[in-house]
Design a protein around this ligand. Structure first.
Ligand SMILES: NC(=O)c1ccc[n+]([C@@H]2O[C@H](COP(=O)([O-])OP(=O)(O)OC[C@H]3O[C@@H](n4cnc5c(N)ncnc54)[C@H](OP(=O)(O)O)[C@@H]3O)[C@@H](O)[C@H]2O)c1
Length: 192
């Protein structure tokens, strides 16, 4: 998602990432949540750690969640669960909007489906829509449980396509094509 946003011309942002140091100015990179500038007033917080890291990450974000909605891409983590964890961390009025993106976002061809709870404002929804539409197509579901189907179809979908390409390649080799040619024609066919 960040690759797509950087390519699209992202507004100045703070990126919390302990591995990258290649984020260009005017964006800032911090390695640890404790290093987030205290005077930083975000307009949106994108939460993209693994779901099992939620309990570790949310307390550090709670002070900022008073000022800005959280856009969570964590698979399977519900609005209710994330909101409750933020309340426990001292932010009882946090607004959490869920999104399920997919990897083609990196080339601006993503499909992101979102769910906003009734407490989210139109302006907060519009902000999420604006940033997500910069990396592909967007859609909204009205019931949170529909996010599970979305996770299966578009969130995980690229993996099925890769599997198809692998099977085409293996079949080509089994039919007597040189492996390099089988790989090339399978990949080219799928990308076409
Ligand atoms: N990949 C997909 O296609 C896809 C699609 C839809 C949604 N999602 C969701 O997107 C999220 C990220 O997935 P991913 O595949 O991008 O995972 P990933 O490559 O593991 O990225 C997660 C990043 O969060 C960092 N992180 C974890 N705890 C941290 C902390 N306390 N402070 C700072 N950084 C921390 C990790 O660093 P370390 O490696 O050092 O822990 C890692 O760089 C997940 O919630 C997933 O459910 C993924």
């Amino acid at each position: 998602m960040l690759a797509g946003w950087l390519a699209d011309g992202l507004a100045p942002s703070v990126v919390l990432d302990r591995h990258r140091d290649d984020i260009p100015a005017p964006h800032r990179v911090v390695r640890d949540a404790a290093d987030l500038p205290r005077d930083f007033v975000p307009s949106l917080i994108v939460l993209a750690a693994k779901p099992q890291k939620a309990a570790e990450v949310l307390p550090a974000l709670a002070p900022f969640a008073r000022q800005a909605p959280i856009l969570s891409v964590m698979a399977g983590k519900t609005v209710g669960g994330l909101t409750a964890a933020l309340a426990d961390a001292g932010c009882p009025d946090a607004v959490v909007i869920r999104a399920m993106p997919n990897t083609p976002s990196a080339i601006g061809q993503g499909m992101t489906v979102c769910y906003a709870p009734p407490g989210a404002s139109d302006a907060q929804r519009a902000l999420c829509e604006r940033i997500l539409s910069a990396i592909g197509d967007t859609a909204w579901v009205t019931r949170e449980e529909q996010m599970d189907a979305v996770t299966a179809i578009s969130g995980s979908g690229p993996a099925y396509v890769f599997l198809l390409a692998e099977l085409m390649e293996q079949t080509g080799t089994a039919l007597g094509l040189p492996p390099e040619l089988a790989r090339r024609i399978a990949r080219r066919t799928v990308s076409g």
